[in-house]
Ligand binder design. Sequence first.
Ligand code: SF4
Ligand code: SF4
Length: 287
Amino acid sequence: MVITVASGKGGTGKTTISTSLSLAVSSRKKLSHVDLDVEEPDSNIFLKIPIQREEMIWLPLPVINYDKCTFCGVCQRVCEYNAIFVFKNTKQVKVFDQLCRGCGACKEMCPFDAIYEVQRFIGVFSMGSRGNIDFYEGRLNIGEYVTTDAIRWIKRRLKNLNKNDITIIDAPPGTSCPVIQSMKDADFVILVTEDTPFGLFDMKLAYGVAKKMGKKMGIIINKALPGYKETREFARREGVPILLEIPFDRKFAKAYAEGVTLSEFSENYRKRFEEVFQYIEGVVQNA
Ligand code: SF4
Ligand code: SF4
């Protein structure tokens, strides 16, 4: 069972929720916690799992063999990302590393077999375990924006590594391609939102994406405000359950600032996160 914890925008407390859920569930079951927020992974600030192994995340990068290249221009025409340019006059082929998505189309289509590939390192994939949690984290190198490709790489790698029945994914914030990639295999998506008009607006976008993908969903309202009803009305209208409401509380904010999850901070919340998991388990099993 794969549960993706997502949010329409950053700063909603998505990581607090995903790590609280993982810690609560891990008191009884073995699971994998995967941080796919590769531009800014911070789950391990809360989980504090010792990293035991690291691998480089890489993409194939085309290199030109000038002994074979005729400067025909085919590679430039097939590249959808404008990452390769052929300068016929000066007899040069320039690959723009940071635009290249490593799709391999240019190599495949080169009529003169003049392209080979090397590995371009774009980030680090870290692994560690403690207790019932196997932890995986992707971290893009600074300045890289091939986020979706990095997530795809990690998911491919996890197919061999991840042996647990339960996987909790901390997705990147927003609603763009990396989020879609993080939700793709999810059996259930938790949408985390703040109880504000901005929070609701962005959550509606994330909801729209998950709905289009046919995902089962539930909402967790973080920093819940008693006077703001719109989030609950939206949930009621759309028939999406509110799994948990966490009030705005300085004690929680202080614990968060000190790297302590809600599940560790409060036994009551640990139990409530367990109940959230049991609910999701029931929904997924009965699907
Ligand atoms: S397609 Fe091959 S031969 Fe043609 S310009 Fe590109 S690398 Fe050179
Ligand atoms: S590998 Fe793909 S993205 Fe990179 S230069 Fe070739 S066609 Fe373009």
